[in-house]
Design a protein around this ligand. Structure first.
Ligand code: FMN
Length: 369
């Protein structure tokens, strides 16, 4: 029987265990310029015992930014900053992929080049509140529908960002196709009402995600590319008329491309981890979609020690991705393996600030000392 603590082959990489660190936005990049710095390197290196670290979502372009102080991977300074992070993680014996991010309509003109309005598949304003560049929370502005002729440029931005990630020393990249950001906005019909070849049918709505996946695989090789998806997730005002048909198609297409992994979020964890409520009655995406993807299957969302051990033993996922528990437990794999008590996370320090709630969560060994 496979265990959460067994090694896992991911393309040409071997992960030392199946406890994966989720992509986690922490809004602590260096300012100005959204540049990773020494504190970020320390935070990631502390968590290098994960089988794989997936970095916080990282904007591929200025247009792709939607929150203050999130890091980018589009300037030379950002590439140099990320090199500090990848060097520190590798020195500590870890592996790290970069999550490639374009937020689409989940932005504000204060983040956009020349103060323009945010872009989206269709001019549909999401409900909820946006974070402005100066950390205010305001209602979303109506986005502008992207012209068909602009989409090749966005694919090119992803490709350039993937190359930058390679130059920065990452081990691979994850395409963020989840949680209501640009690629998910194209996938789901609640946010995509286009009438061109990127809207309407499932094939058309999946086109941008698949073009981006192909473009970054050209840079990295297919085995070093993962894709994250969130069927049934409602965060960022998302909805689709037929999630089973849509995500079955997407996973079959990704499977045919033999990418390194598919990474699905269980919708039982509410607001993409932004809320502590657990929707026990939510459909299980690993049960629904695992069969559509032949490669390595990662599952995230609301995992505890118990259900993580079980999902891997039963073969419902190859590895389990932990978000909030990795924020508060830098040595999570060791704690899970030895069944040690877990530090509680402090939601107040998730976003922004410095060391507090970031690099100061104790290791089990420190606590015992
Ligand atoms: C503070 C915070 C930041 C997050 N940032 C990201 C992100 O950058 N990219 C992403 O795909 N998901 C992000 N998520 C979602 C997590 O990756 C994960 O799917 C979610 O927290 C559920 O897993 P958990 O129950 O183990 O926390 C974030 C969640 C939290 C709580």
């Amino acid at each position: 029987m496979t265990s959460l603590f067994d090694t896992l082959k991911l393309g040409d990489l071997e992960l030392k265990n199946r406890v994966i660190m989720a992509p986690l936005t922490r809004m602590r990049s260096g300012q100005p310029g959204n540049i990773p710095h020494a504190l970020n390197a320390e935070y990631y290196a502390q968590r290098a015992s994960a089988g794989l670290i997936i970095s916080e979502a990282t904007q591929i372009s200025q247009q792709g930014q939607g929150y203050p102080a999130t890091p980018g991977i589009h300037s030379p300074e950002q590439v140099a900053g990320w090199k500090l992070v990848t060097d520190a993680v590798h020195k500590a014996g870890g592996k790290i992929f970069l999550q490639l991010w374009h937020v689409g309509r989940i932005s504000h003109s204060s983040h956009q080049p020349n103060g323009g309005v945010p872009v989206a598949p269709s001019a549909i304003t999401p409900s909820g509140m946006v974070f402005t560049a100066d950390w205010k929370q305001l209602p979303y502005e109506p986005p502008r529908a992207l012209e068909n002729s602009e989409l090749a440029g966005i694919v090119a931005d992803y490709k350039k960002a993937a190359q930058n990630a390679k130059d920065a020393g990452f081990d691979g990249v994850e395409v963020h196709g989840a949680n209501g950001y640009l690629l998910d906005q194209f996938l789901q019909d609640g946010s995509n009402q286009r009438s061109d070849n990127y809207g309407g049918s499932i094939e058309n709505r999946a086109r941008l995600l698949l073009e981006v996946t192909d473009a970054v695989a050209e840079v990295w090789g297919k085995g070093r590319v993962g894709v994250r998806l969130s069927p049934y997730g409602t965060f960022n005002d998302m909805s689709d008329g037929d999630p089973i048909a849509l995500f079955t198609y997407v996973l079959e297409q990704l499977s045919a491309r033999q990418i390194g992994y598919a990474h699905l979020i269980e919708p039982r964890s509410t607001s993409a981890g932004g809320n502590d409520a657990v929707l026990e009655e939510a459909p299980s995406t690993s049960a629904l979609f695992r069969k559509s993807f032949k490669g390595v299957f990662l599952s995230a969302g609301g995992y505890t020690r118990e259900n993580a051990l079980e999902v891997v033993e039963k073969g419902e996922a190859d590895a389990v991705v932990f978000g909030r528990l990795f924020i508060s437990n830098p040595d999570l794999p060791e704690r899970l393996k030895a069944n040690l008590p877990l530090n509680r996370y402090d939601r107040a320090t998730f976003y922004g600030g410095a060391e507090k709630g970031y690099t100061d969560y104790p290791f089990a060994a420190e606590k015992a000392a």
